[in-house]
Design a protein around this ligand. Structure first.
Ligand code: MET
Length: 385
């Protein structure tokens, strides 16, 4: 199935802007784009153009494979000391009766619910609760590890870690070592939002800044832990801020190679302090996925987080550079449903995910957290056997 022009068809278009043509030629020769070229793509790159380039890169890297995993989330609390204006999920400590706070036993019960089921990962994130501290979470992690040693524990954004470490008066490295020894294997990519202070100081001024976020991830990489990276887009940021953000991630990835994947996160506007801002269109979503695939040349994996976009839009991203859809989720996260996503109870079976991937002519592959392939599904698997 052909949903995009090929790169050679793009290069033959006689009316193409010469700067865009130069970018297409760079993609053809696997050369890196400058920040100016990144901004130019946002300003001038039409969907068909950026899509063709992004699809070309994804095909080159992954040959039509699209990854997913079998996972579930634990959200220990939505009580939070921070006041990010885009957040629809958190409740302040003084209003904690409107939110939830789980005990270790309640969280272990969630883990036990999956006993005997073929999940490979638990993803733990939530509000930054003033009383859930480093010791509490180290204990939780070691209990999960003891109960199910082969389950990959990915948890705690740099924002959550920064708060815990400062409160416990340990350095980033010490704190990460403690968590890692307890059983934490990798970090999710949340809390990155937009690094540039012109935006960060308006949308989430009180949590860790861009430099601090990057330092935590860089330190985790040096300790051998893998992490993900996100960018919250589609609110007050300008194209330059997006490119600056992606460029900083690209630079750190050059140094450490520790990022597994990049996950653009769309600003959804229900019930938060930025609800007056309209959400961007699906066209802008797709352009952003495509441009991030083109610009971030050292990130192998680009993920469309389907609980945020809705499954149909997520499916569409597969023709625009995306090669990963996250996981089965099993209705264990509320972050995006509370922000107004179409997916009010996000849960997909392995079969649903495979059907969704095969329907657009791609090959479904189950992966583990660090992108080892577990199983190729569908007709491609039949032809391999
Ligand atoms: N507490 C996290 C952060 O700001 C986000 C978790 S999702 C509400 O990084």
């Amino acid at each position: 199935m052909t949903t995009q022009l090929t790169l050679s068809e793009v290069l033959q278009q006689s009316n193409l802007d010469k700067n865009l043509l130069a970018i297409a030629e760079k993609v053809q020769h696997q050369q890196r784009l400058t920040e100016e070229e990144g901004v130019l793509l946002f300003e001038k790159g039409e969907l068909g153009f950026v899509g063709a380039l992004a699809n070309h890169i994804a095909q080159r890297l992954h040959g039509g494979k699209v990854y997913f995993n079998r996972n579930f989330h634990i959200e220990p609390t939505n009580v939070c000391v921070f006041t990010c204006n885009f957040c629809s999920y958190s409740r302040q400590y003084k209003h904690r009766d409107d939110g939830w706070e789980m005990s270790q036993e309640q969280m272990l019960d969630i883990v036990r619910k999956y006993d005997g089921q073929p999940v490979t990962e638990v993803h733990i994130v939530g509000g930054v609760h003033p009383k859930m501290n480093l010791e509490f979470f180290c204990e939780l992690i070691s209990k999960i590890r003891a109960h199910r040693p082969e389950l990959h524990i990915k948890g705690f954004t740099a924002v959550e870690l920064d708060y815990m470490f400062r409160k416990a008066k340990v350095s980033v490295e010490e704190g990460l070592r403690m968590m890692n020894q307890a059983g934490l294997q990798s970090l999710p990519g949340g809390g990155a939002e937009i690094f540039h202070p012109e935006v960060r100081n308006v949308i989430c001024e009180d949590k860790v800044d861009g430099e601090g976020w990057l330092n935590i991830h860089g330190t985790a990489h040096k300790l051998g832990m893998h992490t993900n990276a996100t960018m919250l887009y589609g609110h007050i940021e300008k194209y330059e801020h997006r490119v600056d953000h992606m460029s900083k991630l690209r630079t750190l990835q050059d140094e450490t190679s520790g990022f597994n994947c990049f996950i653009p996160l769309k600003f959804r506007n229900k019930d938060n302090d930025m609800s007056n801002i309209a959400e961007v269109s699906i066209i802008e979503d797709l352009r952003l996925y495509a441009i991030s695939r083109i610009f971030m040349d050292n990130f192998r994996n680009l993920k469309a987080y389907w609980p945020m976009l809705g499954r149909q839009s997520a499916q569409l991203t597969l023709s625009f550079g995306v090669n990963d859809l996250d996981g089965t989720i099993d209705d264990t996260t509320k972050i995006y449903s509370m922000a107004g996503s179409e997916e009010q109870n996000p849960s997909m079976s392995t079969e649903d995910l495979c059907d969704m991937i095969e329907a657009v002519g791609k090959i479904p592959v189950e992966r583990d957290t660090v992108y080892n392939e577990i199983k190729v599904y569908g007709t491609a698997a039949a032809s391999l056997s």
